[in-house]
Design a protein around this ligand. Structure first.
Ligand code: GTP
Ligand code: SPV
Ligand code: MN
Length: 580
């Protein structure tokens, strides 16, 4: 039997259901990409940008009701409801198939159906995995070209005819009333209909690499995380690799390609959103970036905040929902230039000052990793890069200090599980509401999160030297609503302290929270930050923390007896240390 027999059988089945006019297998070639772009320019689903200043770039405007992930329409369909857990929406597999199958019936009539074999991870890496995705959206195919490795490289990686994650996607009628993103982890299957937006539609990303991936990772003893991966080079040329989990639109892309404000230090980019992490033969964690492109937030990307990104998106980039200047160039809020006259907003309407943002707050760029000036020489290493530290970061105006370090692995896992964050425009719904987001995985964990905490705990003893675990919060504000810490390139000062801690030299004080840097521990040379402002950023308050831990306890209760004992013990240990 041929290696693609399983995929062909599934594709036939899907074609019978969706009734496309034509079936096209994508090969991942440049020619194919150019053809797709031409088709879309002709159809008006893509707008050509200024080819002199932005060669190879184009703009896509999505349906105004389809601009972010829709978590309320995202489901985990496991046989047992408990296996999805209290933090996921759940549907019985048979119900999901029936309800959403009805929407797929004939949904591709008169449209082309593209079959995309894609590889998540570097070619020839034992950690890489294959997906076969079907879609009726040319924008999705073009985006998959940038974000994943498409074509023979994927088919070549298959070990058996069933060795792939299957993803069925159709735009349907783009109505939020008929939009569903269903995951069947027990069948390695994803069904998505009614959305053309990034995380809902590029099925290799959140659906495969995180929701199905996390399920497989637990079964097989590895980790699939919502993490950037970076190498931090010190003035002596030694590189330390760190992986950081932060919720959507909360700083991963920025940190992953940051230009250090600390002289002599340098960041190398391996990945900006997802990490697949395995234990190697000597007990070292090694991480790969399963993607080959960045799907990054445009607003606030400027020469000042993220110079590497501004360089990276000057060619071969698909912009989605940014504003367009009369010169055919992209524009967004926080780009560092004034809105030029003649600007049209993300919906194609003339924009005038004082109204709604010109670019959608979740407007994005899709660009190849290789165009990033800080791309790491090791970014496609089939063995992955060795991880020495994990960072958990979230967006909190109050309570959470700028940085502190866990006492040990178990305490660090607890700190990750305790994360909460203010919501952003990356998801449909209210912005700025504090919600629980353990390990930045609340929207992406494909199984019961209590079991996920257990899986994290179980990784520790398998490691020769478990990575140090740090908690950060770049987003703490003063009474006037101003950020206490300047962030962006200045974050290098905090990363440098982490590397010193990993090496056993960085200075810290022990507190009930963990180790907090002493006032002189971080190199602040060249930064004009009043001492008391840093102190405010690093401060913690007993009463605030006890209140927060009370909320955390309530969250843990949702998991009942499934919550691992050590997590419960860490919580009571922390309350005790705080005198509560
Ligand atoms: P996803 O792609 O949705 O997973 O987001 P992400 O985590 O990669 O977030 P990204 O780096 O794109 O940052 C999103 C927003 O966070 C930016 O537009 C900035 O406004 C803000 N941001 C990032 N880093 C910092 C920082 O160090 N300080 C402050 N104050 N804001 C930051
Ligand atoms: C996120 O929301 O975390 C993203 C964008 O990285 S999306 O691809 O839509 O998930
Ligand atoms: Mn993300």
């Amino acid at each position: 039997m041929s290696i693609t027999a399983g995929a062909e059988r599934w594709v036939d089945e899907v074609a019978r259901l969706t009734q496309p006019a034509k079936v096209i297998w994508a090969d991942g070639s440049r020619q194919e990409y150019d053809g797709l772009v031409e088709d879309m320019l002709r159809a008006g689903t893509l707008i050509e940008m200024n080819q002199r200043t932005y060669p190879g770039c184009s703009l896509h405007r999505s349906h105004p009701s389809d601009v972010a992930r829709t978590e309320q329409l995202t489901f985990i369909c496991t046989r047992s409801r408990d296996d999805a857990g209290p933090t996921n929406n759940w549907m019985a597999p048979a119900d999901g198939k029936e309800r959403v199958g009805a929407l797929f019936r004939g949904s591709m009539r008169g449209r082309r159906m593209f079959v995309i074999p894609y590889l998540m991870g570097p070619a020839d890496s034992p950690m890489s995995r294959v997906g076969i995705m079907v879609t009726d959206s040319a924008y999705v195919v073009a985006s998959m070209h940038i974000m994943t490795r498409v074509g023979r490289v994927a088919l070549r990686h298959m070990r058996a005819p069933e060795d792939f994650v299957a993803g069925l996607h159709s735009l349907g009628d783009l109505s939020p009333d008929r939009r569903f993103i269903l995951h069947f982890p027990e069948e390695k299957l994803v069904w998505s209909i009614g959305s053309g937006y990034g995380g809902n539609a590029l099925l290799g990303k959140k659906c495969h690499a995180l929701r199905i991936g996390s399920w497989q990772a637990r079964e097989e003893g590895w980790m699939a995380e919502h993490m950037l991966i970076l190498g931090l080079e010190d003035p002596e040329g030694r590189v330390t690799y760190l992986a950081a989990a932060m919720p959507s639109a909360s700083g991963k892309t920025n940190l992953a390609m940051m230009v250090s404000a600390l002289p002599g230090w340098r960041v190398w980019t391996v990945g900006d959103d997802i990490a697949w992490i395995h234990v190697d033969a000597v007990g070292q964690l090694r991480a790969i970036n399963p993607e080959r492109g960045f799907f990054g937030v445009a607003p606030n990307t400027s020469v000042k905040t993220n110079p590497n990104a501004t360089t990276m998106v000057r060619a071969n980039t698909i912009f989605t929902n940014v504003a367009l200047t009369s010169d055919g160039e992209p524009w967004w809020e926080g780009m560092g230039t004034d809105p030029p006259p003649g600007l049209v907003d993300w919906q194609g309407k003339p924009w005038s000052p004082g109204g709604a943002p010109a670019a959608h707050p979740n407007s994005r760029f899709t660009a190849p990793v290789t165009q990033c000036p800080s791309v790491s020489p090791a970014w496609e290493d089939p063995q992955g890069v060795p991880i020495s530290g994990f960072i958990f970061g979230s967006r909190r105006s109050r309570v959470i200090p700028l940085v502190f370090e866990a006492f040990d692995w178990q305490h660090g896992v607890f700190l990750g599980s305790a994360m909460s964050t203010e919501t952003t425009a990356a998801i449909t719904g209210q912005v700025g509401v504090v919600r629980r987001d353990p390990m930045a995985m609340i929207p992406f964990c494909g199984y019961n999160m209590a079991d996920y905490f257990g899986h994290w705990l179980n990784m520790g003893p398998r490691l020769a030297k478990p990575p140090r675990i740090f908690r950060v919060n770049w987003f703490r504000r003063d009474e006037d609503g101003q950020f206490l810490w300047p962030g962006y390139g200045e974050n290098a000062r905090i990363l440098a302290w982490m590397v010193e801690r990993i090496r056993g030299t960085g200075k810290a004080v022990e507190t009930p929270l963990g180790f907090i840097p002493t006032p002189d521990a971080m190199d602040l040379s060249g930064l004009s930050l009043p001492r008391e402002r840093l102190a405010q950023a690093l401060a913690w308050d007993r009463a605030e923390w006890l209140e927060a831990l009370g909320d955390l306890g309530k969250f843990y209760e949702e998991f009942g007896g499934r919550l691992p004992g050590p997590i419960r013990e860490e919580l009571s240990g922390m309350i005790r240390r705080l005198g509560g």
